[in-house]
Design a protein around this ligand. Structure first.
Ligand SMILES: Nc1ncnc2c1ncn2[C@@H]1O[C@H](COP(=O)(O)OP(=O)(O)OP(=O)(O)O)[C@@H](O)[C@H]1O
Ligand SMILES: [Mg+2]
Length: 377
């Protein structure tokens, strides 16, 4: 656990503090993302935690022990640090750069070699190709990955990551974020992660700390921050698409209306009866091979079939159902992406797959209610 208590940093010769009376707690195993405009004090805060910089006043605790009571070198060896400007040593190979801290810890050569290769694989670089290269022979994104590998080398329980994916293109960045999230589910490290990208903060953070000119303006879960921005600065920082961003925090499964009513296409005349008998809101049509070809909702049926089921209305129903061939998502799809698909296909309903089986549907109405706060605050 990392705790900052009324921490202030006033650099020599500066009139205003870079970090101003900052108090914040990062729980064990949590990722806290520091976000804010350039110069708001994110890197300074990070560097005070591992004593690269000493605060002017205030206290920083790690596991309830003041960091200033630790030997700074030992402290830094026990904390992974990804430097904002990557900071690889130019005259050392990739392998040598990654093994700096393991060597300080006195690891045997063979163990270091294995760990280097393991880490290179982990960050998506081929050890054979990369390990003996020099930083100047790498792209900015590759250097950045090596910087992350170096910070993870001795598997430290705490990681300080200063814009670790800032220099990679959006596709590689997305991939690295996903990989890192996947790893973190297992590693459960305590992480302070700096970014100036609010989307990255929302994706990576258990908690988000929003800074403005050295001051903490809001601290909370992504959901809290998106639901109740503390002030205009935070609202502006989040952007106009606050509601859509909030939808990126939830998966379809939170809104799935569970229904498993099926009918083969050839039995379409029985649709009304079937939906009534099973008290279903939706019925999936299946072809001769048992594959779903679309679906129709009870509401749509009620609209089409007023008095009797004639051929014309049956055909309309069939057309509605078949127009939904593509209208399916997985239960793990983000609500934001489900909404996007609804808009693209011009439908208010999507079928939901769960572990390879049809589980039910999700409706536009439910997404709308959810985004307005229900279930989200
Ligand atoms: N060594 C230093 N001496 C004097 N002022 C400094 C020093 N380092 C940083 N500052 C100032 O402190 C403030 C905070 O800097 P810091 O590097 O913490 O910002 P940041 O939020 O990390 O910004 P960025 O997003 O650009 O990396 C800035 O105004 C900066 O100019
Ligand atoms: Mg910085």
């Amino acid at each position: 656990m990392i705790e900052l208590i009324e921490v202030t940093k006033l650099y020599k010769g500066q009139m205003v503090p870079a970090v101003d009376n900052l108090s914040l707690k990062v729980e064990k195993g949590e990722t806290c993302v520091f976000v804010g405009s350039s110069g708001c004090g994110k890197s300074t805060t990070l560097r005070m935690i591992n004593r690269m910089i000493e605060p002017s006043s205030g206290t920083i605790l790690i596991d309830n022990k003041a960091v200033k009571e630790n030997d700074p070198d030992k402290l830094r060896m026990s904390i992974g640090y990804v430097i904002q400007q990557i900071g690889l040593l130019p005259h050392r190979t990739v392998a040598e750069n990654i093994s700096i801290v393991p060597r300080l810890h006195g690891w045997p050569k063979e163990k270091i070699k294995q760990r280097v290769d393991q880490l290179l694989n982990l960050i998506g670089l081929d050890p054979e190709v990369t390990r003996n290269k020099y930083p100047s022979q790498l792209s900015g994104g590759q250097m950045q990955r090596v910087g992350v590998a170096r910070a993870m080398a001795v598997d430290p329980p705490i990681m300080l990551m200063d814009e670790p994916f800032g220099a990679v293109d959006p596709i590689a960045r997305n991939y690295l974020q996903d990989e890192f999230l996947r790893l973190q589910q297992v590693m459960k490290k305590t992480i302070c992660f700096v970014t100036h990208d609010i989307n990255e903060a929302i994706k990576m953070g258990d908690k988000i700390a929003i800074f403005d000119q050295g001051k903490l303006v809001q601290y909370g879960t992504p959901q809290e921050i998106l639901s109740k921005p503390a002030n205009d600065f935070v609202s502006d920082f989040i952007g106009y698409d606050r509601v859509v961003k909030k939808l990126s925090l939830f998966q379809v499964k939170v809104l799935t209306r569970r229904q498993r009513c099926f009918l083969s296409e050839s039995e379409l005349t029985n649709l009304w009866q079937k939906i009534k008998d099973e008290e279903a809101e939706v019925c999936f049509l299946v072809d001769a091979d048992g594959h779903s070809t679309g679906f129709v909702t009870r509401e749509e049926l009620a609209r089409q079939v007023t008095t009797s089921v004639d051929t014309e209305s049956l055909e309309k129903i069939r057309q509605i159902a078949l127009s939904r061939r593509e209208a399916f998502v997985r239960d793990t799809t983000l609500l934001r992406d489900a909404l996007s698909l609804m808009l693209e296909l011009d439908t208010e309903y999507l079928g939901v797959w769960e572990s390879g089986k049809l589980a039910g549907m999700i409706t536009l109405g439910d997404i709308r209610k959810h985004s307005c706060g229900k279930g989200g605050e």
